[in-house]
Design a binder for this molecule. Structure first.
Ligand code: PAF
Length: 293
């Protein structure tokens, strides 16, 4: 695997690969990789000729009070994991090459950026959209891969691709979980083992909600209360939001209809650490139908 640090060199390499008729898949990350990221790299290898993983902790998606400075970083470990997983290029630019001193462009995406994560972190998704667009342009991506764990982010990136006519296919892969159900996240690094165990209640609360739906619950408020009451069984958890919405556009409905696909979104704090998770559920047309995640 080659490590590339400048946008110019990365773009030149991608241009050459394109010239040779190769398809490029890009896995954007902020590093401190876990199995969720490596699953994306594996998938990328299946669908493209060349896999580029980008590693850039993007300052523009962190608010001043957030964890940009202390976001976990371990370049050598990431490099080793990516080499072992067969990634072709690791693009790891420094901040000044992505945002030079005279950088003056911003992106603002409406709609899905304004609710839930967007309410709690108002500048977050504009920062994500900006860097993802830059990374797509630098790598000349044909395919971009993202994890379902950041569900709202996947909708924002779909909107970016659609609204700006980017010729890029997006692949979203299911959330990868620890044995206890906790969604893998670089931020799990902030948790003690005991906190990790307790945080598995987040997954459990989603399972409880699935169960309620399987038993016929269709009312949004009731589905949310199942999640909230399960989360409340762990006093260290402080809920930011719990929302059951239509998966396509995050719209609310009082009651969901058979065949409709909903997503249950959770953001909460385990002590100081903010965690998010979600599950996608198809409302059964009969009680016997199965779910998808
Ligand atoms: O999901 C992430 O790790 C980041 O938001 C992303 C997509 C790499 C953009 O910085």
């Amino acid at each position: 695997m080659k490590v590339i640090t400048t946008p110019e060199e990365m773009q030149a390499i991608s241009q050459q690969n394109k010239f040779e008729g190769k398809k490029i898949a890009v896995v954007p990350t902020m590093g401190f990789l876990h199995n969720g990221h490596l699953t994306l790299v594996k998938k990328a290898k299946e669908v493209a000729d060349i896999v580029i993983t980008t590693l850039f902790v993007n300052p523009k998606q962190f608010a001043p009070n957030e964890d940009f400075e202390r976001y976990p970083r371990d370049f050598e470990r990431d490099k080793k994991l990516l080499t072992e997983s067969g990634c072709d290029y690791l693009f790891s630019p420094d901040i000044s090459s992505i945002y030079p001193i005279d950088f003056a462009t911003s992106i603002s995406i409406g709609g899905v950026t304004k609710v839930f994560e967007g309410e709690s972190r108002p500048t977050h998704f504009d920062g994500v959209a900006l860097v993802v667009l830059k990374l797509f342009n630098i790598t000349l991506a044909d395919i971009g891969l993202f994890g379902q764990k950041d569900y709202q982010q996947t909708l924002v990136i779909k909107k970016l691709v659609k609204d700006l006519n980017l010729n890029i296919k997006l692949l979203i892969t299911p959330t990868v979980r620890e044995a206890n159900g906790l969604a893998m996240s670089s931020r799990n690094r902030y948790l003690t083992d005991e906190e990790k165990n307790k945080a598995s209640i987040i997954f459990l609360s989603l399972e409880e909600a699935k169960n309620a739906i399987a038993h016929g619950e269709r009312r949004r408020k009731m589905i949310n209360s199942v999640v909230i009451s399960t989360l409340r069984s762990v006093p260290e958890i402080k809920i930011d939001y719990v929302a059951t919405v239509k998966s396509e556009n995050l719209e609310l409905a009082d009651e969901f209809l058979p065949g409709e696909e909903v997503v249950i979104l959770i953001a909460c704090f385990m002590n100081q650490t903010r965690l998010i998770d979600n599950t996608i559920i198809k409302i059964p047309t009969a009680f016997t139908e199965n779910f998808i995640e």
